[in-house]
Design a protein. Structure first.
Length: 367
């Protein structure tokens, strides 16, 4: 049956969810919990690539499938294996009845948004962009089935041993395989990854099973570098939104622009676009004349300066961004980059109604 291996429907199987510490926990409790897990000897970890989650399935009949973590508006997992022809020799070399989990990534351009944009293109355009620039790589970190045998009832340590075994058996310049660490070695590797600007690691209890669509509270966790304390910044302005939409829901997209008259249109226009009409898909914020992200700032030597941009905000904020200029926001960031005086992956936490812009000092943030 299509997508089935050893009685499991891997085509429709939802990915396992990572556990996150409750927001009510303070930073010290989160850190202590993570350290205790690392040094217990009962947890292992592999590097977390800053890429695009991908599930590869080669079912019992030899059908090759490659899915992302998210379903589209039709409730389906978009299939993308033909978008990465450079990986076909590896996919074809694997035996029927195999399901592996990995990350598609660009070595020189980390970030899932870069891959989402690329895979959101039509197949021919995606391939052309890779040929003209950098090709997508594949990083394997788990095995759920191999050669017709399900690994769903095997422990994490057994599955990861299989990953490392495959890394020795299958060689491909565009495919890499996770290495797993324990205890002090795990801690040292985590520090090395973070020091080099990596995203972090995923730690998993050795004896745990893969649990589709579950959030096992004691079995898996991301170990990522976040600031120990939040930062206060103020909204400095708005950044223009990206004009062209290049996401993966193009066939059902509702926002368009005539390239001749520049008229903005809302509705189902994919057919005209596909047939070569003079229209292009535009982003929702471009259509609605909102901001793409918000500039954030702090005071340096008595003057306001921009120190970054805040994305991932609610549409209401982006549509009414001018109303938020001068408001103080509490944020976290993956890293304070003192040499370039910027923030890596700033993330909104809450509004600080008790503060004014001059409370946000550059020296406090960058030292």
């Amino acid at each position: 049956m299509f997508g089935y291996i050893d009685g499991y429907n891997f085509k429709e199987m939802n990915p396992m969810k990572y556990w996150a510490a409750p927001s009510s926990w303070d930073t010290e409790k989160k850190k202590t919990t993570l350290i205790n897990r690392i040094y217990s000897g009962e947890w292992c970890a592999s590097e977390k690539k800053d890429g695009y989650f991908s599930k590869f399935v080669k079912d019992e009949d030899g059908n090759i499938l490659l899915f992302s973590r998210s379903r589209n508006v039709k409730g389906e997992y978009p299939e993308k294996h033909e978008w990465v022809p450079q990986l076909q020799p590896f996919f074809e070399a694997l035996p029927n009845g195999t399901c592996i989990l990995g990350e598609l990534y660009l070595p020189s351009k980390p970030g899932s948004s870069n891959i989402t944009t690329l895979l959101g293109c039509l197949k021919e355009k995606c391939i052309a962009r890779q040929e003209a620039g950098e090709k997508l790589h594949f990083y394997v970190f788990d095995v759920l089935a191999f050669d017709g045998i399900s690994y769903m009832k095997k422990s994490a340590s057994e599955r990861f041993a299989k990953v490392e075994e495959l890394g020795k058996e299958y060689t491909n310049d565009l495919v890499s395989f996770a290495t797993y660490y324990h205890g002090q070695e795990l801690w040292n590797k985590l520090q090395e990854i973070l020091a080099n600007g990596g995203e972090g690691m995923v730690i998993i209890r050795d004896g745990s099973l893969y649990q589709p669509d579950k959030r096992p509270s004691k079995d898996t966790q991301k170990a990522k570098k976040e600031l120990q304390e939040t930062l206060d910044v103020f909204i400095y302005g708005g950044n223009p939104p990206t004009r062209l939409y290049s996401g993966k829901e193009i066939e059902n997209w509702q926002y368009w622009q005539n390239t001749v008259t520049h008229e903005l249109m809302c509705g189902d226009h994919y057919k005209e676009y596909f047939e070569g009409d003079t229209i292009e898909p535009v982003t929702k914020m471009y259509y609605m004349r909102g901001a793409g992200s918000l500039k954030i700032g702090a005071y340096k030597d008595g003057k306001p300066v921009q120190i970054g941009s805040l994305s991932g905000l609610d549409d209401e904020i982006l549509l009414n961004w001018k109303d938020y200029i001068g408001k103080v926001a509490e944020i976290t960031a993956m890293e304070v980059m003192r040499e370039t005086q910027g923030l890596r992956h700033p993330k909104f936490v809450s509004w600080r109604l008790d503060k004014v812009p001059r409370d946000c000092q550059w020296e406090t943030i960058f030292g």
